[in-house]
Design a protein around this ligand. Sequence first.
Ligand SMILES: NC(=O)c1ccc[n+]([C@@H]2O[C@H](COP(=O)([O-])OP(=O)(O)OC[C@H]3O[C@@H](n4cnc5c(N)ncnc54)[C@H](O)[C@@H]3O)[C@@H](O)[C@H]2O)c1
Length: 367
Amino acid sequence: MHTPGHADRHHRPVRTAIVGTGGIAEGGHLPALRALAADVDVVAAVDVDPDKLAGFGDRWDIRGRYTSLTAMLAAESPDLVIVATPPVLHREHVAEALASGAWVFCEKPPALSLAEYDEMVAGERDGGPYAPIVFQLRYGPGARHYRKLVTSGVLGRPLVVQCQTTWFRGPDYFEPEWRGNFRGDGGPAMAMGIHNIDLMLTMAGPWQEVSAFAATTSRDIATDDVSTAVVRFESGALGTIVNSAVSPQSVSHLRIDTELATVKLTHLYRYRNSDWSCTPAEGIDDQLAAGWANDLPDEETNHLSQLRDVVADFRAERRPDTSGDGGRAALELITALYKSAFTGQTVKRGEIGVDDPFYHALDGSAQ
Ligand SMILES: NC(=O)c1ccc[n+]([C@@H]2O[C@H](COP(=O)([O-])OP(=O)(O)OC[C@H]3O[C@@H](n4cnc5c(N)ncnc54)[C@H](O)[C@@H]3O)[C@@H](O)[C@H]2O)c1
């Protein structure tokens, strides 16, 4: 179903609705949408909690308020629906919004299984609608710059990769039943590590095989609270991944040793150019230092960094980088990490197909 307004998509503001008016809607999406106010018109908000909806609608001056996504889609026919509901609802909400003809910008984790993901994006069509996933770390100046340098050969091939998401979440964080649950938030690798893992894959290229451990070291939860993995990349590079919810000093760390330099990113949740460093190999200091100089604007990486691209893609009717296979890559690696941890086997990319129990559930159990 397309509204007449879809035709002049190149010029008029993108009519946007948000479903889920909780923490990330308030702190991530609305500030980004307001920063793009000339390009984006927020026409509606949806939440099953009427009090939250009213407070959110008042604070952000949003006219259309609905307690049901279905009712909102019927009444407003938005161009773009931002899905900021808990992960267990992403499949249903994304599929319904795509079926209405709207593009979707869906929060991470994309879904709680590969089966859910494949089902939820089945409504994508060539030229749109598409359903990109929020992976904002890909869109910061440092990450864009690194990819340009690798593509142009300035850094050489990636050889060694370290991807560490070691955060602290106390027992109170896990009190809601859906947290620390494979059918709720998907565990720390899915809920927390996924940003860094997604960024790693865009910087180090596709993975080939993974071998992993997961353990519940100290939180009273149904998932692990720590997982570690060893990864072989298609390029031949080797890497390690650590995801933790129990590390007193919270930090996200990504380090890639290429043939010609060590590139390091150390931050928590969002980064600027100063959070990156590049240490050239002996003998090529001047050449590489000049190449690393980043003339992109030094802005903190947040939802706005990615929303700009989503709006541009919408106007150009172009597939966004984090939709389709691009939104699935980190989910597939995390699924393989858990399959390896639960089975004790090394898992290859592409082997988790529809007949595999891990395709349907992160812990490989029947739903
Ligand atoms: N990209 C990031 O950096 C980032 C950071 C934090 C959270 N997130 C993700 O954002 C999503 C939401 O997380 P949050 O922290 O905002 O959660 P939250 O619990 O604060 O908000 C979720 C909202 O969804 C509403 N809701 C529940 N069921 C609904 C339904 N059927 N229809 C409409 N609304 C419904 C709830 O009432 C609540 O207001 C999660 O997927 C989370 O992983 C992403």
